[in-house]
Design a binder for this molecule. Structure first.
Ligand code: PGA
Length: 275
């Protein structure tokens, strides 16, 4: 597993956006061989989405031949609720890029049969021969997507009960009212993420420091489900300095030294788009 440390949230977002853009244009996607991108919601990826929107407006990148799969969705929130993940993605990303609507995939948290809906999602991912790049966040409790502590590390898309810590963290989007945060969500499994050809995990801020310590310096453990990415052949943790606060100085130094040639976000742009 790689770890790329950037000085702050803005630099991390710039690196993330440009890395995703580069992955897409290097793949030279076509209509019959699209690039398949897994995407997260949450506060952390907002900066990355802004960078991608900007690159799309400038013509550096196009999403015409990109298929997206979002990681998770609350159960029971109306589709147009401002905090539904579909609405979040439309407001912050999809409405601002050139992606065809039919290329966008979500779990339906209002489906009549939620089990069947989860199976449909796995099949839909399979119909595109899997995900090329899965971008994810990390919960304060070390979750990836909504795979809360104790989730099976080989889990597939399913319904999950949200941890109290996650509902408390997300209550900031629901007027600080934890009772308004849904109790259940549909989420891709850890196994679903592991099947992606590449995984990029974003972590920003001091409140992610404890999780990062467990995920980077300790063993694979179902109590910190992102730690499963240690077994992935192409996984990268991209974080800011604050998120490394509980790592050993030596660990941070090691990864910075290993990645010194890859830290500059400018190196991720095609030559003609560099400033
Ligand atoms: P956040 O959420 O980006 O809002 O911190 C991350 C997550 O819970 O996966």
């Amino acid at each position: 597993m790689r770890m790329i440390v950037q000085r702050d949230y803005d630099q991390m977002s710039l690196w993330a956006g440009r890395y995703v853009a580069r992955s897409i244009y290097m793949a030279e996607p076509k209509q019959n061989s699209p690039f398949v991108l897994g995407l997260p919601t949450g506060s952390t990826p907002l900066g990355m989405y802004r960078v991608l929107i900007d690159l799309c407006r400038k013509g550096t990148i196009s999403f015409q031949n990109v298929i997206t799969f979002n990681m998770d969705e609350y159960v029971g929130l109306p589709i147009d609720h401002p905090e539904s993940y579909r609405r979040f993605m439309e407001d912050h990303f999809f409405n601002h890029i050139d992606i065809p609507k039919e290329n966008i995939n979500f779990l339906d948290g209002n489906a009549g049969d939620l089990k069947e809906e989860c199976m449909r999602y796995e099949e839909a991912i399979g119909s595109f021969e899997g995900i090329d790049l899965f971008v994810g966040g990390i919960g304060n409790d070390g979750h990836i997507a909504f795979n809360e502590p104790g989730s099976s590390l080989s889990s597939r898309t399913r319904i999950k009960t949200l941890a109290e810590e996650t509902r408390a963290a997300n209550s900031r989007f629901f007027g600080e009212e934890i009772s308004q945060v849904p109790t259940y969500a549909l989420t891709v499994g850890v196994g679903t993420v592991m099947d992606a050809r590449e995984v990029l995990i974003l972590a920003s801020g001091l409140n992610k420091a404890r999780a990062l310590k467990h995920v980077v310096e300790e063993g694979i453990n179902h109590m910190w489900t992102v730690s499963a990415m240690q077994l992935h052949s192409r996984a990268t943790i991209l974080c800011d300095e604050d998120a490394t606060d509980e790592l050993k100085v030596g660990t941070v130094k090691y990864f910075k030294q290993m990645e010194q040639r890859n830290l500059d976000p400018d190196s991720l742009l095609p030559p003609e788009a560099r400033s």
